[in-house]
Design a protein around this ligand. Structure first.
Ligand code: HEM
Ligand code: HEM
Length: 157
């Protein structure tokens, strides 16, 4: 049974998703910096470690990473919902496909947390690899996202 959602959302609602996602790009970069510092705390010289431990980077990285995971899932669902309500369909294009890839990457990367906390080296390396790919894809996603924003602002072009 097809869902009947006839009304268009006000244009302003369409900009909530882009705004949230730009904020999330910033949050991803911050989480990345915290993760790199967490690694330094683990692998640095005793002198470096003494200073870095005070920053509690591992704990903060886990907290901000969890926030990023939750907001990325919500932001993606929001993007899908807004697009569907405005157009009566979704557009299976690069922005949608990369979004599904990104949500999968961050879910798997986050699911490795218990293994990483138990000191599993392979889990750590896979986590970092998946998330570096995630951050790279985010840049691409911002590009295709702004192309869609352009289309919303200039529907005739
Ligand atoms: C932008 C996305 C992310 C990046 C670039 C990233 C990167 C990293 C890096 C570089 C490390 C250090 C690995 C090492 O010590 O060798 C790390 C550790 C870790 N990450 Fe992430 N991460 C991201 C997101 C997440 C998310 C979403 C979660 C969970 C919800 C998470 C949980 C953890 C945990 C539990 C550790 C171990 C911390 C510790 O040593 O105490 N990360 N991450
Ligand atoms: C700064 C980055 C981003 C911008 C500027 C942006 C912008 C947009 C815009 C304008 C739309 C169309 C909304 C509408 O039709 O009213 C959209 C749809 C969507 N966005 Fe984003 N977005 C960004 C990042 C992301 C990210 C990181 C994800 C997920 C990981 C994502 C997932 C989606 C999805 C799933 C849709 C629906 C796609 C479709 O059916 O065509 N977006 N985005």
């Amino acid at each position: 049974m097809a869902l009947a959602i006839p009304t268009q959302l006000p244009l302003v609602v369409s900009f909530l998703h882009p705004l949230l996602m730009w904020a999330l790009l910033g949050l991803s970069l911050y989480a990345m910096v915290l993760g790199i510092k967490a690694k330094k705390t683990r692998t640095g010289t005793p002198e470096q470690r003494k200073d870095l431990i005070k920053g509690q980077f591992g704990k903060r990285h886990f907290q901000f990473g969890s926030l990023l995971l939750a907001l990325m899932v919500l932001g993606t669902v929001g993007g899908l919902a807004v697009t569907y309500i405005n157009n009566g369909k979704l557009f299976v294009g690069p922005h949608l496909l990369v979004a599904l890839g990104m949500v999968s990457l961050i879910a798997v990367a986050a699911a490795l947390s218990p293994l990483m906390q138990a000191g599993n080296v392979i889990a750590r390396k896979v986590h970092v690899g998946l998330n570096m790919l995630l951050v790279t894809l985010f840049l691409w996603q911002a590009l295709t996202g702004m192309q869609i924003v352009n289309k919303l602002l200039n529907p005739a072009v």
